[in-house]
Design a binder for this molecule. Structure first.
Ligand SMILES: Nc1ncnc2c1ncn2[C@@H]1O[C@H](COP(=O)(O)OP(=O)(O)OP(=O)(O)O)[C@@H](O)[C@H]1O
Length: 289
């Protein structure tokens, strides 16, 4: 029960989009695929389901090479929001179409989810953007595919609908049988949701990190110094996220005992820990070069 991506390359119209990408997805984990707009997140998802053929590398779904065993594609669920073929269809017909494509599709679960969102048998294209997103999530869950790929599932949704989707995604992996990959350009959306983050930059995967490990090491601190400038030891060990008046917000990726004592040695007037957000942890990678 794994998706193993090995040395994947994808070039589109002579432009390398993905180069030498390797990672593994396992059930029970919510993995965020992050990176700036246009970095290749959607291309990654399309390539994972063989909608785009890789130029090099392999995708092994439960040990089977997707290029050689196309039947394994139904172990992955990906619904490209740009290529929705069922805009004019009523929701029951949409469910029936997916039942034909996914051998374990659970029509009763789909109907129950639609009822939970107060959706009747409307035409998909006549629903608001948020309700369309809920229908796509209902299809993903009902598909019973082992791995669900969501591309920007929270785009343009209000906080209530967003929370409904978050709860459903957490439920989806709770029994440890299914894995989720969520592409997002906005790290705030993955806060409190992702267990692991894959970060794409310049065609490559620059990070593959378990957030629990990262949070154990990192510290975001509010600091004031007696002098007019920020001491060099702070800049050497941390990233200054912002300065307002005399208050600097500094992120230390590894606030270990050595760093702590070096920081204390410059005698900050104020040195307080602040809550750490996911976006803080990736700030240096997200900044323009
Ligand atoms: N079908 C296509 N035709 C032409 N260019 C494409 C195609 N698919 C992807 N690309 C190019 O590949 C690059 C990556 O695009 P992609 O949509 O995968 O990025 P993304 O990270 O999902 O972006 P966003 O966060 O804006 O959705 C872009 O330069 C895009 O123009």
């Amino acid at each position: 029960m794994t998706v193993v991506v090995e040395h994947l390359d994808k070039t589109i119209f002579k432009k390398p989009v993905l180069a030498d990408i390797s990672f593994t997805l396992v059930p029970g984990e919510i993995v965020g695929l992050v990176g700036r707009n246009g970095v290749g997140k959607t291309t990654m998802m399309r390539t994972l389901v063989d909608q785009y053929h890789p130029d090099a590398g392999k995708i092994l779904v439960n040990d089977a090479d997707l290029a050689r065993v196309p039947a394994r594609r139904s172990d992955l669920f990906y619904l490209d929001a740009e290529g929705i073929f069922f805009k004019r269809w009523r929701l029951t017909k949409v469910g029936q179409a997916f039942q034909a494509g996914y051998p374990n599709f659970d029509m009763a679960a789909y109907t129950k989810l639609l009822a939970r969102f107060n959706l009747k048998d409307q035409r998909y294209g006549q629903l608001s953007k948020g309700y369309q997103a809920l229908v796509r999530v209902a299809l993903a869950i009902a598909s019973n595919a082992e791995f669900i790929l969501f591309d920007e599932p929270f785009d343009g949704l209000d906080v209530i609908v967003r929370q409904q989707i978050v709860d459903l995604v957490i439920d989806l992996v709770a029994d440890g049988k299914r894995g989720v990959l969520i592409a997002s350009h906005d790290l705030r959306e993955l806060d409190g949701l992702a267990d692991r983050v894959l970060m794409l930059k310049h065609e490559t995967l620059i990070k593959d990190i378990r957030l629990e490990d990262l949070r154990k090491l990192a510290s975001k601190r509010q600091m004031v110094f007696s002098g007019k400038t920020i001491p060099d030891v702070i800049k050497a060990n941390g990233h200054v996220l912002s300065i307002q008046g005399r208050v600097a917000i500094v992120l230390f990726e590894d606030y270990n005992d050595t760093v702590k004592s070096e920081v204390e040695a410059v005698k900050p007037v104020l040195n307080e820990a602040l809550p750490l957000q996911l976006a803080d942890l990736f700030i240096s990678e997200l900044k323009e070069d």
